[in-house]
Design a protein around this ligand. Structure first.
Ligand SMILES: Nc1ncnc2c1ncn2[C@@H]1O[C@H](COP(=O)(O)OP(=O)(O)OP(=O)(O)O)[C@@H](O)[C@H]1O
Ligand SMILES: O=C(O)C1=C[C@@H](O)[C@@H](O)[C@H](O)C1
Ligand SMILES: [Mg+2]
Length: 171
């Protein structure tokens, strides 16, 4: 069984994915971590040294690789993964267990204020510019996330509650 989590930066993909994998006794893989290991470079440095287009091409290639190589897997994608290179079609062709962790703009802002540094798309923003950026970015990205078979409302709930809801929906 393959389970894939998608959603905006900070929506909880890594946190919920790890918990879900524990509950199911399955391997967990975070696509961002996998890319960093394969390229031996931290994501902000990949963006800085090679640019975002290089990153998006690598992201597509490694997404394909991880979906091919393992049958049982909980995969947390990167926040932008669904929005490039036909990645949602690729993901949907491999599994029906695709979950969009949906969080409101205020919910995302609250989390991301504290954690800008390792996120290259927002680290340069002043705190007061974050709401407008996230609002616009989420507006552009939501149609891609919404291609997921399931949407899970992830605000004001614990990671455990979210993981349990996903467990009930698995096929
Ligand atoms: N259900 C939750 N309730 C409260 N805080 C949460 C919940 N899930 C995750 N968090 C916290 O929100 C922050 C972002 O979570 P996480 O890193 O799992 O998101 P992500 O979707 O993997 O982000 P990214 O796309 O940037 O990798 C972390 O500090 C995490 O501890
Ligand atoms: O939202 C995005 O485009 C990104 C999110 C992160 O998970 C990383 O994949 C990278 O920082 C880009
Ligand atoms: Mg993550």
């Amino acid at each position: 069984m393959k389970i894939v989590l998608v959603g905006y930066m900070g929506s909880g993909k890594t946190t919920v994915g790890q918990l879900l994998a524990e509950k199911l006794n399955m391997d967990f893989l975070d696509l961002d971590d996998y890319i960093e290991t394969q390229l031996n470079t931290k994501i902000p440095d990949i963006f800085k040294e090679k640019g975002e287009i290089f990153f998006r091409k690598a992201e597509h290639q490694y997404l394909q690789e991880v979906l091919e190589k393992q049958d049982a897997l909980v995969l947390a994608t990167g926040g932008g993964t669904p929005c490039y290179s036909g990645n949602m079609d690729l993901i949907n062709s491999k599994t029906e267990n695709v979950f969009y962790l949906k969080l409101s703009i205020p919910g995302l802002i609250e989390r991301l204020y504290k954690e800008k540094e390792h996120r290259p798309l927002i680290k340069h923003l002043a705190d007061e510019d974050l709401p407008e950026f996230i609002g616009k970015h989420l507006f552009e990205r939501s149609p891609f996330y919404a291609i997921s078979k399931h949407t899970i409302v992830a605000g004001a709930r614990t990671a455990d509650e979210i993981a349990n809801e996903i467990l009930e929906k698995l096929v």
